[in-house]
Write a protein of this length. Structure first.
Length: 269
């Protein structure tokens, strides 16, 4: 089945300047072309440049969107389903949501909760989709038309809690458990992207979205029959095998080809 993707590749970033003002911009090499456009204007190709250029190292990169929903799919890779006890669920997608309060940007801190709440917090590097237009009951062959672009997500998980709870809200929903970024890249084919996660420089995950048990177009179509997708919604597509615990002082980096690196620092309360 032939799928459609955006043809023009751009890197769209959201950042805070030294005055505390937040803008969207287009990344070109090591600079950002500042925009006066809102997210809604950008996804509708109503882009207005401010004639201002800033260096990436002079600003703070923040979360690329403020979504209404963070939609997560679990066990979309057979290896990860096996290692975390979800193999039986591969017959249909496993769905859960994360709160917007879980989001942090690249270079932000993942805060480990007290051990009285959880003592097994793990990383899960993923490709995330940013929805670009409203959709309900989307046909699978049209699904990628609803994707504005791709970014990177770390589905931080309190594994001991997800093993206890029939639904994953508690184990997935702590503040800072949703690193997202660093930016959105348009025009990519999300069905064939390499994901490499490192913990303190050591590779712990190495997979590709072409290994998923459910295709990305299928997942978009499937979830749109449950809930209406809105511009800015995030769909995290699941993690390959290699999920492992993180400890205070660790540095975790999720790298996705043609997008970049999402790097975060782990700290104990």
């Amino acid at each position: 089945m032939k799928m459609k993707v955006l043809q023009r590749t751009q890197t769209v970033v959201r950042y805070q300047n030294q005055k505390g003002q937040i803008y969207y911009g287009i990344v070109e090499d090591k600079e950002i072309l500042q925009l006066s456009s809102s997210f809604d204007e950008i996804i509708n190709n109503e882009i207005t440049f401010d004639r201002v250029r800033v260096k990436i190292e002079d600003v703070k990169i923040v979360e690329p969107v403020k979504p209404q929903k963070i939609i997560n799919f679990g066990w979309t890779y057979a290896g990860h389903a096996t290692e975390t006890g979800g193999k039986a669920n591969l017959k249909e997608p496993f769905l859960f949501l994360k709160p917007s309060t879980s989001l942090i940007p690249t270079e932000g801190e993942i805060i480990l909760p007290p051990t009285s709440l959880t003592n097994q917090v793990e990383l899960e590097g993923e490709v995330a989709l940013i929805i670009g237009k409203r959709g309900k009951n989307i046909k699978e062959e049209d699904a990628l038309d609803y994707v504005f672009g791709c970014t990177i997500f770390n589905d931080v998980t309190a594994r001991d809690l997800t093993k206890k709870d029939p639904q994953f809200t508690r184990g997935k929903g702590f503040d800072t458990f949703g690193p997202l970024g660093p930016w959105i890249v348009t025009g990519l084919d999300p069905t064939n992207l390499q994901i490499v996660t490192t913990l303190n420089g050591k590779v712990v995950q190495d997979g590709n979205t072409n290994q998923m048990s459910f295709s990305i177009p299928f997942l978009i179509s499937w979830i749109s029959k449950v809930m209406t997708l809105e511009p800015g919604d995030v769909i995290a597509t699941g993690s390959p095998s290699g999920s492992c615990p993180m400890e205070s002082g660790d540095v975790v980096t999720v790298e996705v080809e043609n997008i970049g690196k999402l790097r975060n620092y782990v700290r104990k309360v």
